[in-house]
Design a protein around this ligand. Structure first.
Ligand SMILES: Nc1nc2c(ncn2[C@@H]2O[C@H](COP(=O)(O)OP(=O)(O)OP(=O)(O)O)[C@@H](O)[C@H]2O)c(=O)[nH]1
Ligand SMILES: Nc1nc2c(ncn2[C@@H]2O[C@H](COP(=O)(O)OP(=O)(O)OP(=O)(O)O)[C@@H](O)[C@H]2O)c(=O)[nH]1
Ligand SMILES: [Mg+2]
Ligand SMILES: [Mg+2]
Lengths: 296, 283
């Protein structure tokens, strides 16, 4: 464990009197390596370790009863601090429906999350509606409808002559109208997975945003994402200025370093954690749990 | 000309950064750098180009080249009849889409193909594969939602045998490798296939998303334990992720990368090209 490695690295220090940049170097390498093993972004891991070093140089770590454990606690506290607080509040609109736009890369878990979010609001006594704005993926509309039916939530989709209308912006607009007409107080718009380097698709989702002025935009990220997490988050944030991040597939054993990378670089809160395939597998984001996970 | 017999620190730092940011992972990066240092002290290098070639060679040597019992080329003669391929992996990596692409390529090479919709769990999974079957113009065996996936796999092979189909592609539900029950289910599906055709599945393709980090190693470990993975497919390489995870995995588990996914369309599949992949790491 990191704690044991740090104990070992610091043992040689006892009796040396004080901590210097030189004798702390091995411990800092161990910390940086643990972060990289956990998929924290290379630059973020470097900056983070430098901050830890500042703290250690300013503290009397060597004379602690257990220097390794104290060092781990310093790292843990810093992780918790940088992961932000537990806060899953969504901005509700004064004029219903509150419009929530879901975006992210292919396969990250958006459609499933849209269903979960609808389920979450239904459980709180609200009347959500889902909108099927993914017109590309085979059977995407069927998928959303199947999930929605399982929790008895209405879905807005647009077909003409048996074909899905190939106009996500129009679908989003019409969905807002339908939600208003049906007195639904929340509209959750599911969109197609897209690459941050696909200009046409990024423009499309920015157009959807302009067309319906969402009250909340959530960026859905697979928790097992590696070094590329920052690239995608930065680009989506540039185009959409999203309000929050959702981390999915946290029921696996991925360390989830992408959480720290994204939170540090785009400075947007992580609002939800998806922890399974079923629609009830949704929890708020807990920074302490995430910090523990990243530390391994 | 006197050759250099050591690489300066700054070069090694740059190499470390390049490899780690490509998701090669710290352990494999350290191994590569060590190998490079050893070779340089033995063989010496004269120019930066020599050094770059040396580095690329070291990385390439970690990527297993393909295996004759699982030919990559779609026109190559198939060693079995039917040749059964099972596609596995965690949720959302691109299994179903990859099957659609593979079906289309085998068909274009003049082989008959059948799909097996053994994901009977996820919402609209069968409908999704159905559309791919239509696009690739190949038959599909499917059952109702909630049916036993092993039964679907079994029936697909039976149908393929009776119709003299050359290639069978079995789609399975995405599953996290940490879920013991689901991994057991996969082992059972494989065992049942062997009952229908001895030796089936002849290939087990593990699909990995190129943007996945070090957790891919855990995936490779558990899926290999459950169903003996024979090949890797690396998807979503049309993004900015480098997919460096396959280097350590290929070397440690002795599994070749067979195909790469480079988009969402039926044509967006390429045979894995080692030198091209390694070259792309250096951008
Ligand atoms: N284990 C687990 N699986 C999840 C979770 N969230 C989603 N999934 C699964 O991940 C896969 C992809 O989910 P989708 O909801 O289709 O993802 P998507 O982002 O809508 O995909 P695209 O629309 O193709 O971009 C499915 O198999 C889901 O069941 C989660 O928290 N845990
Ligand atoms: N850009 C890009 N997207 C891809 C690629 N391969 C698959 N996708 C997309 O990734 C998403 C998930 O693909 P699926 O084929 O449903 O993945 P899966 O592994 O079958 O998912 P589950 O069955 O839910 O576990 C879809 O939106 C696909 O279009 C690829 O090579 N490039
Ligand atoms: Mg979707
Ligand atoms: Mg699938």
């Amino acid at each position: 464990s990191l704690s044991e490695k740090l104990e070992g690295a610091l043992q040689s220090l006892s009796g040396q009197g004080r901590i210097t940049e030189l004798n702390i170097a091995e411990s800092m390498r161990e910390i940086r390596r643990a972060l990289l093993d956990a998929d924290v972004n290379y630059q973020v891991a470097k900056d983070f370790t430098d901050r830890i070093k500042e703290q250690v140089l300013g503290q009397d770590v060597i004379n602690a009863v257990s220097p390794g454990q104290l060092l781990v606690k310093i790292v843990y506290d810093e992780l918790v601090h940088f992961l932000g607080e537990t806060q899953q509040d969504i901005t509700f609109s004064q004029n219903p429906p509150t419009v929530i736009l879901i975006a992210g890369l292919q396969g990250s878990g958006k459609t499933t999350f849209a269903g979960k979010l609808a389920n979450h609001f239904k459980g709180k006594g609200r009347s959500p509606m889902l909108a099927a704005a993914d017109v590309y993926r085979p059977a995407a509309v069927d998928q959303l409808k199947t999930l929605a039916d399982s929790i008895e939530v209405p879905v807005y989709s647009l077909e003409e002559n048996g074909q899905i209308v190939q106009d996500p912006v129009r679908i989003a607009r019409e969905a807002v109208k339908a939600a208003r007409e049906q007195a639904r107080d929340i509209l959750i718009i599911d969109t197609a997975g897209r690459l941050h380097v696909d200009d046409k698709m990024m423009t499309e989702v920015a157009d959807i945003k302009s067309a319906v002025s969402p009250d909340e935009i959530l960026f859905v990220v697979d928790a097992m994402t590696g070094q590329d997490a920052v690239n995608t988050a930065v680009e989506f944030n540039q185009r959409l200025n999203f309000d929050g991040v959702v981390l999915t597939k946290l029921d696996g054993d991925t360390r989830g370093g992408a959480a720290l990378s994204i939170r540090t670089v785009v400075e947007k809160p992580i609002k939800f954690a998806s922890t399974g395939e079923k629609l009830d597998a949704l929890t708020p984001f807990y920074p302490e749990r995430m910090a523990q996970r990243i530390l391994g | 000309v006197r050759g250099k017999d050591s690489v300066d620190e700054e070069m090694l730092d740059d190499l470390e950064e390049l490899l780690v940011t490509s998701d090669v992972g710290v352990k494999t990066t350290v191994d590569i750098i060590r190998q490079v240092e050893d070779r340089v002290s033995r063989d010496k290098f004269v120019s930066i180009d020599d050094l770059n070639t040396l580095i690329k060679d070291e990385i390439t040597s970690l990527l297993l080249s393909d295996n004759p019992t699982q030919p990559i080329d779609f026109d190559a003669p198939l060693p079995n009849s039917p040749h059964v391929i099972m596609v596995v992996g965690v949720n959302g990596v691109g299994k179903t889409t990859t099957i659609g692409k593979l079906a289309s390529r085998y068909k274009a090479a003049g082989k008959s193909v059948m799909l097996g919709a053994a994901d009977t769990f996820r919402a609209a999974a069968t409908e999704q594969l159905d559309i791919w079957a239509e696009r690739a113009d190949v038959p599909i065996t499917k059952q109702g939602h909630g049916a036993d996936p092993a039964a679907v796999a079994y029936d697909t092979i039976a149908a393929a045998k009776s119709r003299n189909i050359d290639v069978v592609l079995i789609d399975t539900a995405g599953r996290l490798h940490t879920k013991g029950g689901l991994m057991d289910e996969l082992t059972k599906i494989k065992r049942v296939m062997d009952k229908q055709v001895v030796g089936a599945p002849h290939e087990v393709l593990l699909v990995l998303d190129a943007s996945t980090g070090q957790n891919a190693i855990r995936q490779a470990q558990e899926f290999t334990n459950a169903v003996d993975v024979t090949g890797l497919v690396l998807t979503k390489l049309d993004g900015t992720a480098k997919g460096g995870i396959v280097i350590g995995i290929s070397n440690e588990f002795r599994i070749p990368v067979k195909y790469i996914g480079v988009g969402e369309g039926i044509e967006d599949l390429q045979l894995f090209d080692r030198p091209r992949f390694v070259g792309a790491l250096f951008g």
